[in-house]
Design a binder for this molecule. Structure first.
Ligand SMILES: *Cc1c(COP(=O)(O)O)cnc(C)c1O
Length: 341
């Protein structure tokens, strides 16, 4: 078990957090004259709840995790940055990543002056052996496992994640942005045994709220308290909290959308493989497909000319485009244009 205080940045341990008007008063009141708000009702004239309790209660029921183990951020991207600020010492700590993977880990590391140590996935995009990982670890810091992984689409096993978390003397972040599209169980069950584990999920993908910017972190209460201490007081706005409550109230509808997207993903895999220009479609636990073409740049440009934007990932994985699963009509149009190419 890791002592969280030992891995928290010293200035963060020692600082006093900003105390917002809304977080100081705990009781019930009818008249609010504490925060210099405009008293005239606009629906948004009051500051939001700094701890987003109404939303945490719903998430708690959905994921079967206690509210004190939940942090909500302005997207997962904000949480990634907060983790660097809380648990990495600029110029001293390292961040360990398994490329090809999500780009924000590297960007946040650079902003925070943290050295990135790359431990590449193997040719099947699986995590390297535990021994290979261990030889690369020097300074403590953050270790990121993206599962299901962006842009490769595959997942790591619970055993691998558990083994890494149990043996790494820093924070292990499991980014589960795509977990709702996967048949695998989420890693939340590993939280009890691993005090250094943080699981990230988001409303941006399966829950259809990329524009609302709502990310979640699940961890032990001590880590959550550190994040609460350093976050901007009102980091999640009222409109977004309400939007998230709204989608959670129609969760069956969301689940139906997810299963349709998964069906489309399987259908698109088949149809893409029928095309001569397609060399390979990688298996996917996500809402996108990583597709290897004979000449990906040619395909990329031709699609652009037809007003279809996909993501060129050739810089990370030779000859590949990453294609999000769209609506049935959008997917059919994509196939139609690919056939013309
Ligand atoms: C899309 C994505 C996210 C989501 O980030 P938000 O800031 O919550 O929108 C996080 N991690 C990965 C790997 C992603 O692909």
């Amino acid at each position: 078990m890791i002592n969280i205080k030992d891995i928290t940045r010293r200035n963060v341990l020692e600082m006093s957090p900003y105390s917002s008007a809304r977080s100081e008063y705990k009781g019930k009141a009818n008249i609010w004259l504490d925060a210099n708000e405009n008293p005239n009702e606009t629906g948004l004239n009051r500051y939001p709840d700094p701890l987003q309790m109404s939303l945490k209660i719903e998430i708690s029921q959905l994921r079967k995790v206690k509210t004190e183990r939940i942090f909500i951020g302005n997207g997962s991207d904000e949480i990634i940055d907060l983790l660097f600020r809380a648990f990495c010492e600029p110029g001293k700590s390292n961040a360990y990543i398994f490329p090809p993977t999500y780009g924000m880990y590297q960007v946040s590391a650079a902003i925070n002056n943290i050295e990135i140590v790359e431990i590449p996935l193997n040719e099947k995009f699986e995590l390297p052996t535990f021994e290979a990982i261990q030889t690369k670890i020097s300074a403590p810091g953050l270790l990121f496992i993206c599962s299901p992984n962006n842009p490769t689409g595959n997942s790591s096993s619970m055993e691998e994640i558990n083994k890494i978390a149990a043996n790494f003397s820093g924070i292990v972040v499991v980014d589960e942005a795509y977990i709702d599209f996967s048949e695998r169980e989420n890693a939340l069950s590993l939280l009890n045994e691993n005090s250094n584990l943080i699981i990230l999920q988001t409303f941006s993908k399966a829950y259809g709220l990329a524009g609302a910017r709502i990310g979640m972190a699940f961890s032990n209460p001590e880590i959550i308290a550190v994040l609460n201490k350093i976050k901007p007081p009102y980091n999640v706005n009222t409109l977004s909290i309400n939007a998230a409550l709204e989608v959670l109230s129609v969760n069956e509808k969301i689940q139906l959308q997810i299963s349709k997207i998964k069906q489309e993903r399987e259908l698109m895999t088949k149809r893409l493989l029928e095309l001569e220009i397609v060399k390979l479609v990688y298996p996917s636990d996500t809402n996108f497909l990583l597709v290897k073409f004979l000449k990906e740049e040619l395909v990329f440009q031709a699609l652009l000319k037809n007003g279809i934007v996909v993501r060129n990932r050739a810089a990370q994985i030779e000859n590949t485009l990453r294609i999000t699963i769209g609506t049935k009509t959008e997917n059919e149009q994509l196939i139609k244009f690919l056939k013309e190419i």
